[in-house]
Design a binder for this molecule. Structure first.
Ligand code: NAP
Length: 320
């Protein structure tokens, strides 16, 4: 039986691993289906403190991993297909085969940006197609970009991008926006933002490895056209990676794990959550790392508490 298992190897899980390994708690990290998480799909990360000239996402992840390994953290390829959190030790099924047991569990399985699933999209993420304006916006200084989506995230991303881009075109599949009135108003009042509504994206247009536009179909006339742009930001929502939990933890209406304020504690004693799987708002590498640190410290406290209870129980038994 393990003392602590970490699920997920993005910045949250890796930070938790560094702290727990340094505390001699021998964490085991199951890397998940996308080892390293969303950062491995970005190019340069310029807003993670400590790197004057930025650092590539995959290198940042690799460094965190080596740092955790230096203190004894062990990485295992594989993903947890189901869990039983009804009693301790918790039972985890790995790759739908092997079952292992752990005293405590950190869930840092992240969230996946929803994609359009159209030709030219997946293979060009990080090369002109992005799911994060905060991460990649500055690469489009004085350039023309598209934001796909009609929700609050799309408005927020578009407004953020106006700091850099010369023009931001919001492409949305309906005439009405889903975004809140205030966010719509802010976007509509911004001169750099243009609108292309009632348009269904059908293909990323790539020339010589560069994104040059988005092919769309007008849903009224059914006519296809190409909207030219230097970059395309997809902002159609995120899905927290929590299906394997089978509703055993309390989540919000969108499936994000709810933690007790100011901590990483879930509604199940001994189960902790950090990173994007419990954060639908900030979703940054640095906030994920911060909550990963919190989870590690919460686990340390939890293990100290159960060890203390075991010692007290054995002393009491000896006295009796
Ligand atoms: P969302 O509200 O679910 O909006 C997703 C948008 O993407 C919708 O406009 C949807 O179109 C569009 N979309 C979905 N799938 C698509 C597809 N396959 N092709 C084309 N378009 C597609 O997601 P969100 O904007 O990420 O927001 C999530 C939650 O976080 C919301 O509750 C939001 O209010 C909140 N949030 C708040 C703030 C803020 O207050 N500052 C900022 C960000 C997010 P349809 O409208 O046609 O369905």
């Amino acid at each position: 039986m393990y003392k602590v298992i970490i699920l997920g190897s993005g910045p949250a899980g890796l930070t938790a691993a560094i702290y727990l390994a340094r505390a001699n708690l021998n964490p085991i990290i199951f890397e998940g289906k996308q080892s390293g998480g969303q950062l491995t799909m970005t190019t340069d990360v310029e807003n993670f403190p400590g790197f004057v000239n930025g650092i590539s996402g995959p290198v940042l992840i690799e460094n965190m991993r080596k740092q955790a390994e230096r203190f004894g953290a062990k990485f295992k390829r594989g993903w947890v297909s189901s869990v039983d959190l009804s009693e301790r030790p918790f039972k985890l099924v790995i790759n739908e085969k092997e079952t292992i047991e752990t005293e405590s569990l950190i869930i840092s399985t992240g969230a996946s940006a929803k994609l359009l699933n159209i030709p030219g999209e997946f293979e060009n993420i990080g090369r002109g197609i992005s799911t994060c304006a905060t991460c990649d916006g500055s690469f489009y200084t004085n350039k023309k970009v598209i934001v796909v989506g009609g929700g609050d995230s799309a408005m927020e991303e578009a407004l953020f991008l106006t700091k850099y881009a010369s023009e931001v075109i919001i492409v949305h599949r309906r005439n009405e926006l889903r975004a809140s009135k205030i966010m719509q108003q802010r976007a509509k009042e911004n001169n750099k933002i243009k609108w292309s509504l009632n348009k269904k994206p059908i293909e990323m247009v790539i020339d010589n490895g560069n994104v040059i536009g988005l092919k769309v179909m007008d849903l009224e006339t059914k006519k296809e056209s190409i909207i030219e742009s230097d970059g395309i930001f997809i902002s159609i929502g995120h899905t927290p990676n929590t299906t394997f939990l089978n509703n055993q933890l309390t989540t919000d209406g969108n499936g994000y794990i709810l933690v007790k304020p100011g901590s990483s504690k879930t509604n199940v004693d001994g189960v902790f959550a950090c990173g994007d799987v419990q954060d639908s708002k900030y979703r940054q590498a640095i906030t994920a790392a911060g909550t990963g640190c919190m989870a590690a410290l919460d686990v340390e406290q939890f293990i100290d508490d159960i060890n203390y209870k075991k010692v007290t129980l054995s002393i009491n038994n000896n006295i009796l």
